[in-house]
Write a protein that binds this ligand. Structure first.
Ligand SMILES: NC(=O)c1ccc[n+]([C@@H]2O[C@H](COP(=O)([O-])OP(=O)(O)OC[C@H]3O[C@@H](n4cnc5c(N)ncnc54)[C@H](OP(=O)(O)O)[C@@H]3O)[C@@H](O)[C@H]2O)c1
Length: 290
């Protein structure tokens, strides 16, 4: 049995669906009971646990062969990293209380830096909190999610624009959450190692301009990349629901991406993601059409 925390989210649902397709028993860990219904219909076990509740989390992690662990972005919270710090403490104590099952922990490109990376700082703290975990632990450092660009689909379709806070020409590693989920499952099924860092690079690096070109080809129309001035970012981010601190942290991360300072450390193992923006948007548009 494999527990999947955040099973209703992007990467968690990809992990759960990949395991179910492989015929592996799954325990979907959800915070809202109604989010478990779809998994129950697919034959999965469901555990309801909030990441703030170490006892419920310990119950959810008991008796499993492995667990996928992720922390939510929480950029709408007044103090995103502070809230996540409490979740990290709960994850560590719950996993130990459950007998230290093998963990595959979602982390990020840039998590080797202790500061200056906005929301990624909390993933550095997550790795640090588990550095002496008594069981097997794999830190999967994911690149920029291709799925982040899904929000551009509507303005692209409606107005022919592709908004991006990432400077249009900056190329970085990107992978779809579907492929990140599949990689996490490979690690979950191979937990003979004690501790490891696995960096998921992408076969090609992409810029916002590259992603926009791929989407433009699929939509059959020209798209103009719109890169707003830095002075407008706070209003754009808070307008999208981020708190003041969440917006400041996200802006810090993007500033560093744009300055070419966020990348992989080169320590540990690496895997390569092959799905690019054309394949991800192609999949999405096909699903929308059916
Ligand atoms: N975006 C990127 O480019 C990128 C790159 C590398 C790493 N990351 C990291 O990836 C993580 C986000 O992964 P994701 O996109 O898979 O997440 P996501 O789609 O935002 O899903 C978050 C999940 O966490 C659950 N959740 C939220 N609050 C909870 C709570 N208090 N207790 C229990 N569950 C809770 C949500 O449940 P509900 O359905 O109930 O809300 C949902 O299942 C973040 O740590 C982020 O820093 C992101």
């Amino acid at each position: 049995m494999y527990a999947v925390i955040g099973a209703s989210g992007n990467t968690g649902s990809a992990v759960a669906q990949t395991l179910l397709k492989l015929g592996k028993p799954v325990r979907a860990v959800v915070r809202r009971p109604q989010a478990g219904a779809g998994f129950r219909n697919q034959g999965a076990d469901v555990a309801v646990a909030d990441l703030a509740d170490p006892n419920a989390l310990a119950t959810a992690l008991t008796g499993v062969d492995g667990a996928y662990v992720m922390t939510p972005p929480l950029l709408e919270a007044q103090d995103p990293n502070g809230t996540k710090r409490a979740f990290i403490g709960a994850i560590r104590s719950a996993a130990e209380q459950a007998g230290a099952p093998p963990l595959v922990v979602l982390s990020s490109m840039g998590a080797h830096h202790p500061s200056g990376t906005g929301p990624v700082v909390s993933l550095h703290e997550l790795e640090q909190a588990l550095h002496d975990y008594p069981g097997s632990v794999s830190f999967l450092r994911a690149p920029y999610f291709l799925d982040n660009w899904i929000d551009a689909l509507e303005p692209a379709t409606e107005k022919g624009v592709f908004p991006s806070l990432m400077a249009p020409g900056i190329r970085i590693d990107m992978a779809s959450t579907a492929e990140i989920g599949r990689t996490a499952v490979q690690l979950l099924l191979d937990t003979h190692v004690h501790h490891r860092v696995v960096e998921l690079r992408s076969a090609n690096r992409y810029s916002a301009q590259d992603v926009a070109l791929d989407l433009a080809r699929l939509l059959g129309k020209h798209l103009e990349v719109v890169y707003p001035p830095r002075s407008e970012w706070n209003d754009i981010l808070t307008g999208a629901g981020l708190s003041q601190l969440g917006a400041a942290q996200m802006a810090e991360l993007i500033d560093n991406i744009n300055a070419g300072r966020i990348g992989f450390s080169g320590e540990g193992e690496y895997r390569t993601a092959s799905e690019g923006p054309a394949a991800m948007f192609g999949r999405l548009l096909e699903a929308k059409a059916t």
